[in-house]
Design a protein around this ligand. Structure first.
Ligand code: GAR
Length: 202
C-alpha cells in the first residue's frame, strides 16, 4: 500500500512543491493527504490548496503549551491517515510526545551538512564559520535537534561573496532534488536503519 504523507510547513513551501511535483511525475509512489502549517501566512497552505490537497492551519499562537499544540498536530495527521510525516521547512522543534507517536516515521530536511550547523540559522552559521562546502541533509527525526539518522546528503560549494540568500538558493536546488529521492527510498522500503546508520538496500 502506498505511503500517505502529511507535510508540515512554516513558510513558502518550495520543498513541499518539489515533493508534489515529483509525485505528479510518478517519481514518488505516495500521496500527500494533508499539509499542515503552524502559522496563517505560510504560503505552503496556498500551494496545497492549489494542488487540491487538504490544507490545515494549526496556529501555534492559539495553543498555550507545546503539548496541546502537538496533540492538535497528531490529531490532524491521524485523521488524514498519515503514515509518514514530512517536515518541509517546519521551524519548530518537536517534543518527545510527537516524536514517540510517529517513531521512525518522521523525516526532516536541514539546510546544512549535519552534524555541522544544526538549528534555525544554518546558512548564517556556515558562512560565519568560513566553510568552503555546505549542503543539505535529509534525516529521520529523533528526540534531539537535527540529530537523527542521516538518509541522504548533498554538498554545494560556498563561494567568495556568498550571502545567506545566495547560499540558500544554491542549497535549495539540491534540497528539491534529494528530498523526493529520500521519500521514495522510504516508500519503496529501501531504507534499513541500524542504530543511527541508514543503509540503502536493493
Ligand atoms: C529549507 O531550506 C529547509 O531546509 C529549511 O527551511 C527552508 C524551507 O524552505 N528548514 C530548516 O531550516 C529546518 N530547521 P521552503 O519553505 O521553501 O520549503
Amino acid at each position: 500500500m502506498a505511503e500517505v504523507l502529511g507535510v508540515l510547513c512554516s513558510g513558502r513551501g518550495t520543498d513541499l512543491q518539489a515533493i508534489l511535483d515529483a509525485i505528479d511525475r510518478g517519481e514518488v509512489d505516495a500521496k500527500v493527504a494533508v499539509v499542515i502549517a503552524d502559522k496563517p501566512e505560510a504560503f505552503a497552505l496556498e500551494r496545497s490548496k492549489k494542488a487540491g490537497i487538504a490544507a490545515v492551519l494549526v496556529d501555534r499562537k492559539k495553543y498555550e503549551g507545546r503539548e496541546s499544540f502537538e496533540e492538535a498536530l497528531i490529531e490532524a495527521l491521524e485523521k488524514a491517515g498519515v503514515t509518514l510525516v514530512v517536515l518541509a521547512g517546519f521551524m519548530r522543534i518537536l517534543t518527545p510526545l510527537f516524536v514517540r507517536h510517529f517513531a521512525g516515521r518522521i523525516m526532516n530536511i536541514h539546510p546544512a551538512l549535519l552534524p555541522s550547523f544544526p538549528g534555525a540559522h544554518a546558512h548564517r552559521d556556515a558562512l560565519a564559520h568560513g566553510v568552503k562546502v555546505s549542503g543539505c541533509t535529509v534525516h529521520f527525526v529523533d528526540e534531539g535537534t537535527d540529530s537523527g539518522p542521516i538518509i541522504l546528503q548533498a554538498a554545494v560549494p560556498v563561494l567568495d561573496g556568498d550571502t545567506e540568500e545566495t547560499l540558500s538558493a544554491r542549497v535549495l536546488e539540491e534540497e528539491h532534488r534529494i528530498y523526493p529521492k529520500a521519500i521514495q527510498l522510504y516508500c519503496a522500503g529501501k531504507l534499513k536503519v541500524t542504530g543511527r546508520i541508514v543503509s540503502i538496500v536493493e
